[in-house]
Design a protein. Structure first.
Length: 139
């Protein structure tokens, strides 16, 4: 058993791992304030804060990782979008949304094929409720 550590808080939780031993998850930050957590990548001995170190956007979740070390989840982007992202080599790329949807989140990553399954919820007009769609996005 290996303690993966945290980003300074007292709680961390893994979400996924790959065959290379890399782990992604969420960790509290120093002070353990509610809602004050960042996604992480544990790669060997390094614990990387994906929110503060990524170029292109700021990941808010890290939901899946494939054997190539590519990560998917939900991120905030400079243009104000909150969308699904693909993280590769330190860069978070906005995967966009379907027409009419206000945001998206990538929740699965197929290890061998490099395809992403994305949940793309929309907020329709009142009564406000989430309506999820599942789509397949691939390279």
């Amino acid at each position: 058993m290996i303690d993966l550590g945290t980003l300074g808080g007292t709680f961390g939780s893994p979400n996924a791992l790959n065959n290379q031993g890399q782990v992604v998850g969420q960790s509290n930050l120093p002070g353990d304030q509610p809602g004050n957590s960042d996604p992480f990548l544990r790669d060997g001995e390094k614990l990387v804060d994906l929110f503060t170190t990524s170029i292109g956007g700021n990941p808010l979740t890290a939901n899946a990782i494939n054997d190539a070390g590519e990560i998917v989840g939900f991120a905030a982007f400079p243009n104000g979008a909150f969308d699904a992202y693909l993280w590769k080599g330190g860069v978070a790329t906005d995967l966009g949304t379907l027409a009419g949807d206000c945001f998206s989140e990538a929740v699965a990553l197929i290890l061998k094929v490099r395809s992403w399954a994305i949940r793309s919820p929309a907020l329709p007009t009142p009564p406000a409720r989430f309506c999820g769609k599942t789509v397949r996005w691939s390279t």
